[in-house]
Design a protein around this ligand. Structure first.
Ligand code: ZN
Length: 346
């Protein structure tokens, strides 16, 4: 088969699209004929290399994908050949104390397919049965292959970890990214008042389409000052910050008393300066979140499949242009998800 792959960490030029041995399935795995996949920021980190993660090379990246079941292992009970499926990338052990409490994304052995193990940006992929969800007829492959990671992440972060309420005000930073645009849609669905930032007026227009009530161009304006102005100096109840070092301090400044900051990533760096005085005096909460439980994945994707939520497609590229797909993410070009499709499917 053909697969996106790299044999060493580095810049975008390490990415190739070429032959790779066909995957073999274990008894609890499913062989999926991949129709579409999508990129996430962790694909960029994985390509560059992260401390403590030692990959089997060559590595196939990709945590999001969807396709048709081609073959099932003898222990598989939920799927059969011909079924339409999407990948959910969280890998968990099933028997640690957190898994036993239904908190699979807190698993002590938690990993993400594509980041810690081989991913799905290839013509075929072997995927554990537990890491697939059914996709109804009528859902486009681009939607099916791009929704899972960002919608499950935003769903758990806002509703479970953050406990967002309809009466609250929420600020979503970086609303043009995958998680950002999912968070805007979920917050709007809940009924919260949504503030969103992005770097261009065009991206802000898309954020409004996704449900943002107020938009701030962070290139032109100090977003913390804007939030103070727009909320009568009160601040917002929740900030979604997956940007990290570049925004952390202003995110804390944007919070009302008792407000909470939720984070699922730190694309500009994970070690910002932080004002502890502001945290205790204003009684703020800092809340981390990663991926989601299988039940939360089902809940979030159900609302994608019925059209309530929609992953916006920034660009669709053949897998042979995966390096360009990485460039779109690294240069923060466009709005929403970057989709890749096996060249043989085009
Ligand atoms: Zn576990």
């Amino acid at each position: 088969m053909k697969a996106v792959q790299f044999s060493e960490h580095g810049d975008r030029d390490v990415i190739e699209y070429g032959d790779f041995p066909d995957p073999e399935i274990d008894r609890d795995e499913v062989l999926v004929d991949i129709k579409a996949g999508a990129l996430n920021h962790l694909d960029v980190w994985t390509r560059r290399g992260m401390p403590g993660i030692d990959l089997d090379m060559p590595h196939i990246p990709g945590s999001d994908g969807a396709g048709v079941v081609e073959e099932v292992g003898e222990g598989v009970t939920r799927f059969e050949p011909g079924d339409r499926v999407a990948v959910t990338a969280g890998l968990y052990c099933g028997d640690c104390e957190f898994c036993r409490h239904g908190e699979e994304s807190m698993c002590v052995r938690f990993q993400i397919k594509g980041e810690h193990t081989r991913g799905v940006h290839s013509e075929k992929a072997a995927v554990p049965e537990d890491n697939l969800v059914p996709v109804p007829e009528g859902v486009d492959w681009e939607v099916a292959g791009s929704a899972s990671l960002v919608f499950q992440t935003a769903w758990r972060m806002l509703l479970d970890r953050g406990e967002l309420k309809p009466s609250e005000k929420i600020l979503v930073l970086g609303a043009s990214g995958g998680v950002g645009h999912a968070a805007v849609q979920i917050a709007d669905y809940v009924g919260a008042e949504v503030y969103a930032t992005a770097s261009t007026d065009e991206k802000l227009g898309y954020a409004e389409d996704c449900g943002a009530d107020h938009v701030i161009n962070y290139e032109d304006e100090d977003f913390a000052a804007q939030i103070r102005d727009l909320t009568g100096r009160r601040g917002v109840d929740m900030v979604v910050d997956h940007i990290g070092a570049a925004t952390w301090s202003d995110s804390l400044k944007s919070l009302a008393k008792g407000g909470r900051i939720v984070t699922c990533g730190a694309t500009t760096g994970g070690q910002p300066e932080t004002n502890i005085n502001r945290i205790f005096w204003n009684q703020l909460e800092v809340i981390g979140s990663t991926m989601a439980t299988p039940g939360q994945v089902d809940d979030a994707l159900e609302l994608v499949w019925d059209g309530t939520f929609e992953p916006r497609i920034r660009e669709t590229l053949p897998m042979s242009e995966a390096a360009r797909a990485h460039e779109l993410l690294e240069n923060r070009e466009g709005f929403g998800k970057v989709v890749v499709i096996p060249d043989s499917e085009l």
